[in-house]
Structure formats: structure tokens, C-alpha cells
Design a protein around this ligand. Structure first.
Ligand SMILES: NC(=O)C1=CN([C@@H]2O[C@H](COP(=O)(O)OP(=O)(O)OC[C@H]3O[C@@H](n4cnc5c(N)ncnc54)[C@H](O)[C@@H]3O)[C@@H](O)[C@H]2O)C=CC1
Ligand SMILES: O=P(O)(O)OC[C@H]1O[C@](O)(CO)[C@@H](O)[C@@H]1O
Length: 380
């Protein structure tokens, strides 16, 4: 069995690659990072370390790599033969890899109509659907219907904290032991792949992706933005501060109220889930940076359907007033500054030029008098 995985980064190697290896796939990693791809081809294996007191190590082997800048044709040839394609490259890179995948699918249908499934593993709602849309746009009209028939794009929600790595060996990845990969079952074409112990196939992904984004990512973002405001560089330091901890707890109660009302999660079970998630932020065996969790797209993270505005908007719809604590987190996000992060720079330039209110309106798509905007402004 052959898997093609785009993005040999933290999640690619530390999560998806490890599960695919365990399920018996040969995994070909596609990346634009020459150093990583060369190392994959030289070592043909790497280690995943589970970050807890046991420090268990898993060897991921049966792997190869292709540099998509140097060898795009080889990428297409491999997709033409693959059984599954996965990606963890970041939401903004999906339109870029769409070109590689489109070329691969065109090559594939020259010789076979065997179904293939393509799963985006990003922190976003509808990642695979977006990839499908971008791929279909690139296909010649006469091939579009056939490819759409054989290629499935199940959306997915991936949950495992994999910080930036500082290991001696380039490919080694330290990850938290916890993981969850929920994938939308009805969207598969052909057989559903057997990734035993790895994937939870669900009929409706929406409750899972929103529960994950509005709890793990919202809570983590709160730690990052509030931590940054109080001068911390590490997530583990930020969450020790009572002021940060209190707001995280309260903000996640607010997002929990939204999730329980919308999706009828059992309240006791959700309380347990929330506490478990908050516990994961304090894992003493992992070190994570505020710049990784809050940066890498702070404007994207303030988007209408993303981790903060998404639940805040839905809170207003359900309870007719704004969530105070989530609003404090959004206010802290607007103060996020990092001269090395292009989106953080743009955010601060927008605020300087247009002020907080217009910047928020523009980024979130909410009206100026929306309760979330008026409440956030109160906390700035
Ligand atoms: N790290 C984490 O804890 C988690 C990350 N995610 C999601 O996974 C995605 C990836 O995140 P990370 O692995 O942390 O980032 P990362 O930066 O470690 O990995 C991304 C990889 O994609 C590669 N890449 C960039 N452009 C490419 C292209 N055109 N073709 C092929 N590869 C390309 C990069 O070189 C890099 O190796 C993001 O959407 C993130 O939200 C989801 C859950 C957990
Ligand atoms: O990957 P993004 O969208 O930059 O967001 C960072 C968040 O995603 C994760 O990497 C995984 O959910 C968290 O560790 C962190 O909260």
C-alpha cells in the first residue's frame, strides 16, 4: 500500500506519518524543504518520541521523500499509483499543493479509474473540501467529472500537540502521547482505509472539528495571546500564571456552552474533555512557544470560522450577549506583535492605519455594532 503525504513537518512526521507506517503503508513524503527530504531518503526512517515520563520511542520506517520543487513529475507519477493522499502543510499552502495533486490525478486517470482519497489534516473547517475546489479549478473540463467521481475528499480533524523540534537528529519528533484523528466517512470513494487504532471514522465531522477548534485551539490561543501580553515566551510558563489560567478556564466554559447547546454533548463528559485539554497545555515533557501557537497566521486565527471568532459569534447567536472571557482573549490577540511573523506585522499595520474597530470588522466580517466587536473594544 502506498501513501503520499504532503508536508514532512511536525504533524506530518510526528502524527500522520507514524499512523500510516503503523497501518502498513509505504509513505512518500512530499516537501519543499530539501534538507528534510534528503535526510528522509538517506536515513529511510526516523524516531517519534512520546513526551511523558516513559519517553517511549517509535521507529517510523518504510518511507521515502520527493522534493516537489525539484521533481514535480515524480510527485505526479507517485500520486498516480497511490492508495491514499494526506496533507499537513498549513491552510494557506493547500492551493499550492492542489497543482501537484491535480497533475497526479490527471496522470492517474490515463491508466486507472481506481478510487483515491485525499485528506487534508489542517486546523480548519473544510480543509479537504477547499483542496477539492482548488484541484477541480485546475483540471481541464473534459477530465473534471471523471476525476471528481474517483477522488474522495473527506474532511478531517487532527489533534496532537507537536511543538517545533530542537532534536539533535533532524527527523526525530517529540510529540504528546495523546492523539485524535476524526475523518468524515461518507465522503470516501471506494473502500475506507484500514488505519487501525488511528482514525475515528465519523458520519458528521462538524461536531468533532468544532469541539477541537473551539477547545484545544481556542484554549491554546488564549494561553499564547494572554501569555504574550504578560511577557511570556513559553506556553508552559503562561499557563502557570493565575491570570491566564482563570481566563482560559472561563473562556473554555463559554465555548463549552456553545458546543453543548449546538451538538448536545453531555455536560459532565464535556467538562472532563475540557479539563483534559487544559492539562495537555501543561505537559512538563513538552516545550512550546507562544510564537508557534499564537503566531503563524494571527489574522487567519481571528477569521470568522476560526478558533476564537467562530465560538464567540455562535455564543452571541445562542445567548444574545457576547462571551466576556473569549472577548478578552480576542483583545489580547489584537495586541500580538512579532516583527518576524509577516501576518503579525500586517495585523499591527492594519490597527495603526484603521484602528481596532475597523480592523476587527475587516478580519472577522462582523458588523461594527456586533456584540463581539463592542465587547472586545471594551477590553482593549
Ligand atoms: N503541530 C501541531 O501541533 C498541529 C498542527 N496541525 C496542522 O497541521 C498543519 C501543519 O502544521 P505543522 O506540521 O505544525 O507545520 P510545519 O511547519 O512543521 O510543517 C509544514 C510542512 O509543510 C511543508 N510545506 C510548505 N509548503 C509546501 C508545499 N508547497 N509542498 C509540500 N510541503 C510544503 C513545510 O516545508 C513543512 O515541512 C497546519 O495546518 C497545522 O494547523 C494540526 C494539529 C496539530
Ligand atoms: O496550527 P495553527 O493553526 O497555527 O495553530 C496552532 C495550534 O494548533 C496546534 O498546533 C494543534 O492543534 C496546537 O498545538 C496549537 O494550538
Amino acid at each position: 500500500m502506498l501513501a503520499v503525504h504532503f508536508g514532512a513537518g511536525n504533524i506530518g512526521r510526528g502524527f500522520i506519518g507514524a499512523l500510516l507506517c503503523d497501518a502498513g503503508y509505504h509513505t512518500t513524503f512530499i516537501d519543499v524543504n530539501k534538507e528534510i527530504i534528503d535526510e528522509i531518503n538517506e536515513k529511510k526512517q526516523y524516531r517519534v518520541i512520546l513526551a511523558d515520563q516513559n519517553q517511549e520511542e517509535i521507529v517510523v520506517d518504510n518511507i521515502s521523500g520527493i522534493n516537489s520543487i525539484e521533481e514535480p513529475q515524480q510527485v505526479a507519477d507517485t500520486i498516480a499509483r497511490a492508495d491514499i493522499v494526506t496533507a499537513a502543510v498549513g491552510p494557506t499552502v493547500l492551493p499550492i499543493i492542489a497543482k501537484n495533486i491535480a497533475e497526479g490525478l490527471l496522470k492517474r486517470v490515463e491508466t486507472t479509474t481506481k478510487p483515491i482519497n485525499i485528506i487534508a489534516c489542517e486546523n480548519m473547517v473544510g480543509g479537504s473540501s477547499l483542496l477539492r475546489e482548488k484541484i477541480l479549478e485546475l483540471l481541464p473540463e473534459e477530465k473534471r467529472v471523471l476525476i471528481d467521481e474517483i477522488a474522495g475528499f473527506p474532511n478531517s480533524a487532527v489533534d496532537r500537540i507537536v511543538p517545533n523540534q530542537t532534536n539533535e537528529q533532524l527527523l526525530t519528533v517529540a510529540v504528546e502521547p495523546y492523539y485524535e484523528w476524526a475523518v468524515e466517512k461518507p465522503a470516501f470513494k471506494g473502500e475506507v482505509p484500514k488505519i487501525n487504532g488511528g482514525v475515528t471514522y465519523v458520519e458528521d465531522l462538524k461536531p468533532y472539528i468544532e469541539r477541537k477548534l473551539y477547545t484545544v485551539n481556542a484554549g491554546h490561543a488564549a494561553a499564547a495571546y494572554l501569555g504574550n501580553m504578560y511577557g511570556y515566551q513559553k506556553i508552559e510558563e503562561a499557563v502557570q500564571d493565575d491570570r491566564v489560567q482563570t481566563i482560559i478556564n472561563r473562556a473554555l466554559k463559554e465555548t463549552g456552552d456553545v458546543l453543548i447547546t449546538l451538538y448536545h454533548f453531555d455536560k459532565t463528559e464535556h467538562d472532563h474533555y475540557r479539563n483534559k485539554i487544559i492539562g495537555r497545555f501543561t505537559n512538563p515533557y513538552l516545550s512550546d512557544e507562544v510564537t508557534r501557537v499564537g503566531g503563524r497566521g494571527p489574522i487567519r486565527k481571528l477569521g470568522a470560522n476560526d478558533r476564537l471568532i467562530g465560538p464567540a459569534r455562535q455564543y452571541v447567536e445562542q445567548f444574545q450577549h457576547a462571551p466576556e472571557n473569549l472577548s478578552k482573549v480576542i483583545a489580547a490577540a489584537l495586541k500580538y506583535e512579532n516583527r518576524e511573523d509577516p501576518e503579525a506585522v500586517t495585523l499591527q499595520e492594519m490597527i495603526k492605519e484603521k484602528g481596532y474597530q475597523r480592523t476587527l470588522e475587516e478580519i472577522t466580517g462582523l458588523a461594527a455594532d456586533h456584540p463581539v466587536i463592542t465587547t472586545v473594544l471594551k477590553h482593549l
